[in-house]
Design a protein around this ligand. Structure first.
Ligand code: SME
Length: 168
């Protein structure tokens, strides 16, 4: 297996800059996932790639749905809340709504769960299992207000699609 973690400094000031970053991250992620189906290994490397490549993050990681709760999975950043009920917080709301949620200001999101007081904006993307049902979420936090937009949601979804292909 060969792969390189990005040492590029990506810009966040335009959709073009963001798309260039995601275009660069996809083949890097494919290199990391190639030939591997282990969930923990793949989600751990996914989190590490994103956290170490994207500017302006203070947390990036997975929660997996177990019954009616999300349970903390592999992540990068400070220790985080372990269990989140379906429907609670941004993560639990993403599970109920079945689509990505961009939160420009976490203080304005009713029920936001503050794992790190420094978080100001957030993006949560659903992760689906082979049956198409939601198996968990990938959560990104930023200390910057309004760090994420639809370009990021689309870009992270494209990375999650590559991960989902390894879960089949
Ligand atoms: N803010 C999330 C909780 C998870 S932490 O950010 C890592 C939420 O509201 O669901």
């Amino acid at each position: 297996m060969t792969f390189t973690l990005s040492d590029t400094t990506y810009g966040t000031d335009s959709a073009d800059a963001k798309n260039a970053m995601y275009n660069d991250l996809r083949p890097q992620l494919q290199g990391l996932l190639h030939g591997e189906t282990d969930l923990i290994a793949n989600t751990a490397n996914f989190s590490a790639l994103v956290f170490n490549s994207m500017p302006g993050l203070n947390w990036a990681g997975f929660y997996f749905l177990k019954g009616d709760e999300l349970v903390l999975g592999p992540f990068q950043g400070k220790p985080a809340c372990i269990r989140i009920k379906k429907g609670r917080g941004v993560c639990g709301t993403t599970v109920v709504e079945g689509k990505s949620i961009v939160v420009p200001d976490v203080h304005a999101f009713p029920g936001h769960i503050a794992c790190d007081v420094n978080s100001r904006s957030e993006l949560v993307v659903p992760v689906r299992g082979p049956d198409g049902a939601i198996a968990g979420v990938f959560d990104l936090d930023s200390p910057l207000p309004n760090r994420f937009d639809q370009t990021d949601a689309d870009g992270i979804e494209s990375l999650v699609t590559l991960l989902e292909a390894t879960l089949a």
